[in-house]
Design a protein around this ligand. Structure first.
Ligand code: HEC
Length: 448
């Protein structure tokens, strides 16, 4: 389905009436007191757009328009108010009250920010004093590697997807292909990876995607992904992903969204940066690992059977044989998927809700990366429990057809349920060290 169809049709109508409202407001001078308190673009709104919007809404980003300058943002003010109030924008589906709330890539808006944007739009979207503007953000332009500037060198290895054509104004496409991996002549440790769509059109049509590497004894390692926020990621200091020597395979999974013209033979590149030769990081990450909600231990996928106009809940547990640190979560359901919950049941029986994803939207495959001091630290024997809820009723706004029985499958009309979890298994002593480090930090904060 097209990204805009399901979600924005209603929005456009509302946007029209909102624009009309704003136009009427513009014609009538506001009373002096409310004028004083109207937020301005320069002082109040631009900082929010920098935090939460511009990563996508810049001239080369996947957003349909740039929100870098006042002139660019001004005509969109009523629509921006609507899209932020409905929390359709920015795309962020972590429950705001339940579970861990500290993320490295948190682009969500606070209630206060949403309110500020609404008051700005209602107040005629004034510019304010350009001297108040924050320093403009810079985004990697053209075909440059974003990570190169920060890491100080180009990638050691570049791998490519196979050409795919995205017809203009067409349906969204999911391109999944296995491509041989030439292989390394010796074992290396991955330090950082970047997922880079081609310039200029690839940047517009590649909505999100990921690349999964299998080499030798290492299968299904999520090495690079693209979605909300940054297009590259480095492992924490002293953590790496071991890539054995030898040939292998890369499974590409790319979500393409059409633009107004054909994009012929698009190819995505992934750049891999390794630790210097001979240097072994202290901890071996597993990268992003797939955990299934229906049954993570047995990889069975046939338990999904959702009746027409009905619901289904599935749940699975996975026992961690070793202590572990979780870096990130990335839920994966299809159009009937509604919520996904990740819980930890500790060996002493305590249960903790780690992440609650609401209003799951298949158009956004967000990765939620925990802040360093918020990463779940899990002792050996902890059970991870994943619960998914599917809604095949007409109330689900992106349900393509509530009349259908829905089964497990990779195709869009079928359903899937798994979570990619960025995980590093650690020795018990390392976990104890991390736990006591965090307790000390906690005390520092408490004593301030
Ligand atoms: C992760 C990328 C991303 C981020 C971050 C993001 N947007 Fe968007 N935005 C998009 C894409 C892609 C679309 C078009 C598809 C859709 O509506 O889902 C869009 C659509 C919109 C629209 C509707 C445009 C139309 O044609 O109707 C508005 C308004 C908007 N965004 C405003 C914002 C604002 C304001 C923020 C920050 C508070 C923001 N967006 C953050 C990617 C993003």
């Amino acid at each position: 389905m097209s990204m805009t169809e399901g979600v924005s049709v209603g929005g456009r109508w509302v946007a029209f009436s909102l624009m009309l409202g704003a136009w009427l407001t513009l014609g009538v001078p506001a009373p002096a007191s409310s004028q004083d308190s109207t937020p301005t673009f320069s002082a109040d709104i631009a900082p929010i757009f920098q935090e939460s919007c511009q990563a996508c809404h810049h001239p080369e980003g996947i957003g349909p328009m740039s929100l870098m300058t006042y002139d660019e943002a001004r005509p969109w003010a009523p629509m921006i108010k609507y899209q932020t109030q409905t929390r359709h924008m920015p795309p962020w589906h972590i429950d705001k009250e339940m579970g861990i709330q500290n993320f490295k890539n948190d682009i969500s808006l606070t209630d206060e920010e949403i309110e500020l944007i609404a008051r700005w739009a209602d107040g005629g979207a004034p510019q304010g004093d350009p001297a108040d503007l924050p320093q403009p953000l810079e985004f990697a332009q053209g075909s440059a590697w974003q990570a190169e500037a920060e890491l100080g060198r180009p990638p050691d290895v570049v791998v490519r997807s196979t050409p795919f054509t995205v017809p203009g104004n067409g349906q969204d496409q999911w391109w999944e292909v296995d491509v041989p991996f030439d292989g390394l002549d010796r074992e290396r440790w991955l330090m950082a990876a970047e997922f880079k769509p081609a310039y200029p059109d690839g940047k517009k049509v590649v909505h999100h995607g990921h690349a999964v590497l299998s080499v030798g004894d290492r299968r299904g390692m999520g090495v690079a992904r693209y979605g909300v926020g940054k297009s590259w990621e480095a492992y924490p200091e002293n953590v790496g992903l071991r890539i054995p020597a030898g040939e292998g395979e890369i499974n590409w999974n790319i979500h393409y969204a059409a633009i107004d013209h054909d994009v012929v033979d698009d190819v995505v590149e992934v750049g891999l940066w390794f630790y210097p030769d001979g240097e072994t990081p202290r901890l071996a990450s597993e990268g992003e690992v797939l955990f299934r909600a229906d049954n993570p231990d047995f990889m069975r996928g046939q338990d999904l059977l959702i009746p027409p106009h009905g619901y289904q809940v599935i749940q699975g547990v996975h026992k961690l044989e070793s202590a572990a640190v979780i870096h990130s979560v990335r839920p994966h359901l299809h159009t009937r998927g509604k919520t996904m919950t990740l819980e930890a049941i500790y060996p002493d029986g305590r249960k903790e809700l780690l992440s609650q994803i609401n209003n799951y939207d298949h158009n956004w495959q967000n990765t939620y990366t925990f802040a360093d001091d918020a990463r779940p630290l899990l002792p050996a024997g902890t059970m991870l429990m994943i619960t998914s809820v599917f809604d095949n009723t007409a109330d689900n706004p992106i349900n393509p057809d509530p009349e259908q029985w829905v089964i497990f499958g990779r195709r869009g009309p079928d359903e899937m349920s798994h979570m990619w979890i960025g995980i590093t298994y650690v020795p018990d002593e390392e976990l104890e060290r991390l736990v006591s480090e965090r307790e000390t930090e906690g005390r520092d904060i408490a004593s301030n």
